[in-house]
Design a protein around this ligand. Structure first.
Ligand code: HEM
Length: 427
């Protein structure tokens, strides 16, 4: 039976554990690119699925603001990610309940000022200076992974490889001790609701374990900040600069700094990991593209771009309209929520020829995986540098690998991809 607009489901986290709802988005782009999406278990919103309308919203940050009541999809039974208000942890420290959790919830001019405090560290130039080190780290992690495969036969790609470089690379830039990276991995996974069973204490629910992890992460950040506030500063140049930076003569508070570091560490983790895992899967499914890349290593930059378009790990972001706005044939009213679906925009055939073909020679490739406009991903250069290093390290061994099972995907409407993917060496 053909799918119709009443049946589509693009809002349930569980839906994404089966993969992205490509058929639903295809139908929407074709028949209802700006669609008033109403379901019992979620507040209604305008679902926006075509490239040109995702752009139209992203390039109008005054009409479509981040600082409204909704930024990420959440069911009626859930609290929106990171928008818990000031909880016990914050209350015990006298935090301001009106302070946004981080820059993604802010609008200009404040957003621009806050973003500038760290954007200097994520430029292309800075990333070039890290490239050799990222290559070394990627080579080391890949060698360890191949050794694991040789020893154990079947190994999970996510935990044993693709989760490692994003943390290490962000850790290097921020200046975190390598011993802390592992702890951070558990904490940051817990924030998106993925708590490994061994980290759940007896009698604790999944949610309680996630909350505890989040507080442990905040305690760690609080300690880092106080260490760097001491006269003479701490070991990390990046954190020294952040704690001493001023906006209109005022330094950032602990609450603001914790939110800042929390975002920088969290935002680059699962996103880049999912892109890397999804990229490996895409290449394994297209052995001719592996061959093409092995024969033409100069295509590596193009391959990274195509992996980013293909995997599109950030699924959606919401905006609130501050005025009435005509979007195609629909009148968006002041106060309405619009939800942009990036993977859908990345399969728009009016922009991408044969969008369902994975093609590392695709050119041009104007993918919108990192968003667009004022909030354009701050970590774009970092994510690309990591993917490049990972791909370079994996290229010589990819043709020896194969999937050993379906794996599991993350049930989440904001960021999704493989949570687990078994890999083995070919016989
Ligand atoms: C493949 C990996 C990544 C993807 C797909 C991704 C995607 C995105 C998207 C879609 C946005 C929102 C853009 C918008 O609203 O227009 C964003 C924002 C952001 N990303 Fe990334 N990201 C990735 C990696 C990273 C990394 C490595 C960092 C590390 C610093 C990072 C830090 C941020 C920050 C701080 C923001 C908020 C920017 C702002 O509000 O001004 N991201 N990212």
């Amino acid at each position: 039976m053909a799918l119709n607009l009443d049946q589509i489901n693009i809002h349930s986290p569980g839906r994404y554990s089966e993969g992205f709802p490509w058929a639903d988005w295809d139908l929407m782009r074709r028949e209802a690119p700006v669609f008033w999406y109403e379901r019992d278990d979620i507040e209604p919103f305008w679902a926006v699925t075509r490239y040109s309308e995702v752009m139209a919203i992203s390039e109008r940050p005054r009409t479509f603001i981040n600082g409204g009541p909704r930024l990420r999809l959440a069911l009626k039974t859930e609290t929106e990610l990171l928008r818990g208000g000031v909880d016990e942890f914050g209350k015990s420290r006298g935090w301001d309940p009106n302070e946004p959790p981080d820059m993604t919830f802010m609008d200009d001019p404040r957003h621009r000022e806050v973003r500038k405090l760290s954007s200097w560290a994520f430029t292309q130039g800075c990333m070039r200076s890290f490239a050799t080190h990222f290559d070394e780290l990627a080579a080391q992690f890949t060698n360890e992974f191949v050794a694991d495969l040789e020893r154990h036969g079947e190994v999970d790609l996510v935990h044993h490889l693709t989760a490692k470089l994003p943390l290490a690379a962000t850790g290097e830039i921020i200046g975190l001790a390598p011993d802390d990276w592992k702890k951070i991995l558990v904490w940051s996974n817990a924030i998106i609701g993925e708590v490994p069973p061994e980290h759940i204490l007896p009698g604790e629910t999944n949610w309680q374990a996630a909350e505890r992890s989040m507080n442990e992460f905040r305690l760690y950040l609080e300690y880092l900040i106080s260490d760097h506030r001491k006269p003479g500063g701490g070991p990390s140049d990046f954190i020294n600069r952040l704690v001493n930076a001023e906006i209109h003569g005022e330094k950032q508070t602990d609450q603001q700094l914790i939110g800042y570091l929390f975002l920088l560490i969290g935002a680059g983790n699962d996103t880049t990991r999912n892109a890397t895992t999804g990229g490996v899967v895409a290449l394994l499914e297209h052995p001719e593209q592996i061959k093409l890349l092995q024969d033409n290593p100069k295509l590596i930059g193009n391959a990274v771009d195509e992996i980013l378009r293909w995997t599109s790990p950030v699924i959606s972001f919401l905006r609130t309209a501050t005025e009435d706005f005509q979007l195609l044939d629909k009148k968006i009213r002041e106060g309405d929520t619009v939800c942009m679906f990036y993977p859908s925009a990345n399969r728009d055939d009016t922009v991408f020829k044969n969008p369902y073909t994975f093609d590392i020679t695709r050119d041009p490739n104007p993918y919108i995986t990192f968003g667009f406009g004022a909030h354009f991903c701050l970590g774009t250069n970092l994510a690309k540098a990591e993917l490049r290093a990972s791909l370079k390290a994996l290229l010589p061994v990819l043709s020896r690998m194969e999937r050993a099972g379906e794996g599991h995907r993350i049930p989440n409407t904001h960021v999704s991809g493989f949570a687990e993917l078994p890999i083995r060496l070919k016989k």
